[in-house]
Structure formats: C-alpha cells, structure tokens
Design a protein around this ligand. Sequence first.
Ligand SMILES: [Zn+2]
Length: 99
Amino acid sequence: MRCKVIAVVVAALVAETVVVSRRRGSLLNFNTVVRCRSGHLFTTLWVPGASVTSLRLGLWRLQRCPVGNHWSMVSPVRVSELTEEERQAAAQVHDARLP
Ligand SMILES: [Zn+2]
C-alpha cells in the first residue's frame, strides 16, 4: 500500500516535469510565464515538483500575483501562444527576482 502511494507520487512528479518542460520548451529554464485567473501575465520561478513560493496543486498553483497584487490560481502558459506585447509584459514582471 505504501509502495503504491509512493509510486503514484513519483509518477505524478514525472508527469508534471514532462508536461511543464514541454510547455516551457526547456527543462533548464525555470523562468516560466504564468497567467492568473484574472488574466494577468507574469514570470515566475517554476520548479517541477517543488513548492518554493507557492502552494502547488498540479499545474495550478495558489500564488501571489504581482500584477494585480492579489492571491490567485496561476498556470503556465505557452510563450508561443502569446502576442509580442503579452510576452514583453510578462517578462517585465517577475515575482522573485534572482541575482
Ligand atoms: Zn492577477
């Protein structure tokens, strides 16, 4: 029973890593463009399988949106689906600037 639970958790983490890295196009790029429920776009640190700055719920996370200054569910978006303006707007707002 315990082994089954661990297997399910590992499978979920692997699946998330694959899905997120495909959406992002790269495993090494942790800067992921996300969209909150209000439609705000910003860049965040998205480490598959780890809850660094937020409560993780699969591909949705509860996180503070720096654009609207509110808490919201956010999800990664494909950069290729964004317009140039949206891309620039998302690049200008990062919730955790790293040196
Ligand atoms: Zn927002």
